[in-house]
Design a protein around this ligand. Sequence first.
Ligand code: ACM
Length: 267
Amino acid sequence: MNSSVTVGFLQSNPIFGDIRHNVETVIQKLSSQKADLIVLPELFNTGYQFISKEEVKELSEEIPSGFTTQKLSEFSKENSVYIVAGLAEKHKDVFYNSAVLTGPDGFIGVYRKTHLFFKEKLWFSPSDTGFRVWQTPIGTIGIMVCFDWFFPESTRTLALKGADIIAHPSNLVLPYCPDAMVTRCLENRVFAITANRTGSEKRGKEKELKFIGSSEIVSPKGNILCRASRENEEYMQAEINIIEARNKDLNSFNNIFSDRREDFYNL
Ligand code: ACM
């Protein structure tokens, strides 16, 4: 395994419903970057504010055969890069707010969002995949999607499953996550890449949603290695050393995993 890896995010501002435009714009922006892993926002290809089940049906795609996953897989292969990206998934008659992982050999896997936020509960079913990690030559990658961050169990489960890097596609509207991820990383000694979107959406009679940008990469010691602005579309990246996420010793007496008192955590 190569312990030194370059990880990045693209903070984008999709046009609701224009999948072809959104995917092609992102791919064009990524084509000038050189990284080992790039994370894209939640629902990066469709936009966020669905207002009917018909829209969800029309804009969701099968994974991996759909347009978006095929395009990402092709890009990953051509550029030898791992990508994590959020998209609306159609699986038989069920719809999920999902994220895919693609890599140098194409499609790798899918994670379906566990904790649905607000009106997502009208459009999507909650996860049936649970939290998943994938061992790759650039480290073990785990995925959670946006509001999953609010539940410390999400990051903890991924970390206990061995994640070195948590890829976190997001469409954040509340202000808390960027600072809170410092604690999530610290208490689990993992890297996290939160790829949020920017801009706003106001569809139909719905209230306007303003996305907070502030995408970031945080280290296992809680350092913010880079953070984007609130309002601009931006690509940022950082060099990280995976070995840092494998050392769970806080000092010569404390190891944050082996010190856990699972006997006292049972309800
Ligand atoms: C969110 O989960 N998109 C806030």
